[in-house]
Ligand binder design. Structure first.
Ligand code: UDX
Length: 433
């Protein structure tokens, strides 16, 4: 397993738990040290338990030394493909570097499996490179759909497995190897789709684009509800009952963030442009714009409830992670709103059960409090921006005794409006009266 981030670490531990002998490689020593000691290098529910479980079996070893992969039959590439700093396209330098370094240790007949999310066409290009450096090695593309917070469950019990393989005997060899790797989920009936490279690459970005579109659709309806006096949560319930639409991923609020959806839709637009098909996914630009407008709307709402002026106001921000059950702050809507309010002069204190260290690195100028009551003390407004269960469970009466003003903004439509208003709070939310 080359790359031990959210994807690779979980995949490595999961495959070890399924009975495979796994060697995990990463350039980050701290990450390798943590995993070597059987500890998750980031917060991911269930990962520590899984590492403890596989620790006893000796099936997972980790190293910073890539030569340790020699002799493995299947090599997974799980490195990141972040957004380039000079535009929307994906930065493929880690994938290219991993393939280059790996080539030195490969033997004919071994299978290289790309899992990273890449622009369509990358697998064919890499297969060409591999064909000249290690003739007889086979490349497959096996996109990963895990969600942070559910990564262990999603890896052990995926919705589907997708294999992008070349035609002919090489492809059959890759399919056989992947079937062996995923024997347990396949036995449990997980659907398997075998296809070509471009389709496999597109499946991943198409799925993420659809999910992002679904979220932005409901957030666009939230904008309408705001001006028309409607309630987007009731609207989502009502349209969600139509099985063709479905209620999942229709939670209106601050919108999507994280290391995948935002950068994946942007990279998709950039790649489609390169292929001369930019018009086909131009709507994703609107999806992105709707998404970022929600953050601006939250800042506007905070300004409004604070009397038109946030300068000097004490604001408690609950949540820094891009979503609950994660310590990831990449493109976090919550942290973005906190930073914008601080820029406008608000005295922002951020609480998060897991993401404070990462948040502090990204936004060192904000105040952080690991103690929830400390963060709430004296607040003129409380903003719930990531829907951690512990915030959903807050007792409005108790919180009311800590704050200066009973004003709460529910950025994720996660609180009970009736309970908070009954306790004398001014309750405001995105997409609701
Ligand atoms: C996503 C995809 O779900 C996953 O399949 C892919 O492999 C990687 O990208 P992830 O980024 O972990 O996973 O988070 P996800 O649960 O999809 O949430 C993404 C963002 O959308 C979060 O910021 C979340 O708060 C937001 N969201 C999600 C909403 O605003 N409303 C919803 O209804 C659902």
């Amino acid at each position: 397993m080359i790359g031990l981030g959210y994807l690779g670490a979980v995949h490595a531990a999961s495959l070890a738990s399924l009975g495979h002998d796994v060697v995990g490689i990463d350039v980050d020593e701290a990450r390798v040290d943590a995993l070597g000691a059987g500890k998750a290098p980031f917060f991911e529910p269930g990962l520590d338990e899984l590492l403890t479980q596989v620790g006893g079996t000796g099936r997972l070893t980790v190293s910073t030394d890539l030569s340790q992969v020699a002799g493995a039959r299947v090599h997974f590439v799980c490195v990141g493909t972040p957004q380039r700093t000079d535009g929307n396209a994906a930065d493929l330098r880690f994938v290219d570097a991993a393939l280059d370094a790996l080539a030195e240790h490969l033997a004919p007949g071994e299978i290289v499996v790309g899992k990273s999310t890449v622009p369509v066409g990358t697998a064919a290009r890499l297969a060409g490179v591999l064909g000249t450096t290690v003739p007889g090695a086979v490349l497959a593309w096996n996109p990963e759909f895990l969600r942070e917070g559910f990564a262990v469950k999603d890896t052990l019990h995926p919705d589907r497995l997708v294999y992008g393989v070349p035609e002919g005997p090489a492809g059959e060899q890759a399919v056989a190897a992947l079937d062996e790797v995923y024997a347990t989920p396949l036995r449990e009936g997980v659907p398997r789709i075998v296809t070509d490279y471009p389709t496999a690459e597109l499946v991943k970005v198409a799925a993420n684009s659809f999910l992002a579109t679904k979220i932005s659709f409901i957030n666009a309806m939230a904008e309408l509800c705001e001006v028309a006096g409607g309630d987007v949560t009731r609207l989502a319930d009502a349209i969600g009952h139509d099985a063709r639409i479905g209620r999942r991923f229709l939670n209106a609020g601050l919108g999507f963030g994280g290391g995948c959806l935002p950068k994946d839709i942007r990279a998709f637009m950039a790649r489609a442009d390169e292929l001369g098909a930019g018009d086909a996914v131009a709507f994703l630009g609107e999806v992105d714009a709707i998404n970022t407008r929600r953050r601006a709307r939250m800042v506007e709402l905070a300004t409004e409830v604070l009397g038109g002026w946030v300068d000097g106001a004490e604001v408690a921000v609950l949540g820094a992670a891009f979503k609950p059950d994660s310590d990831d702050v990449r493109d976090s809507p919550a942290l973005d709103v906190a930073a914008r309010l601080a820029e406008l002069g608000a005295l922002v204190t951020v609480h998060d059960p897991q993401a404070i260290d990462n948040a502090r690195q990204k936004e060192p100028g904000l105040r952080y409090d690991r103690d929830l009551e400390g963060a709430l003390a004296g607040a003129d407004a409380v903003l719930v921006l990531t829907e951690w269960q512990q915030y959903r469970d807050l007792d409005p009466e108790r919180v009311g005794r800590l704050v200066a003003q009973r004003t709460v903004l529910d950025g994720r439509n996660a609180l009970s409006r009736s309970a908070w208003t009954a306790a004398g709070w001014q309750y405001r939310a995105l997409g609701r009266r």
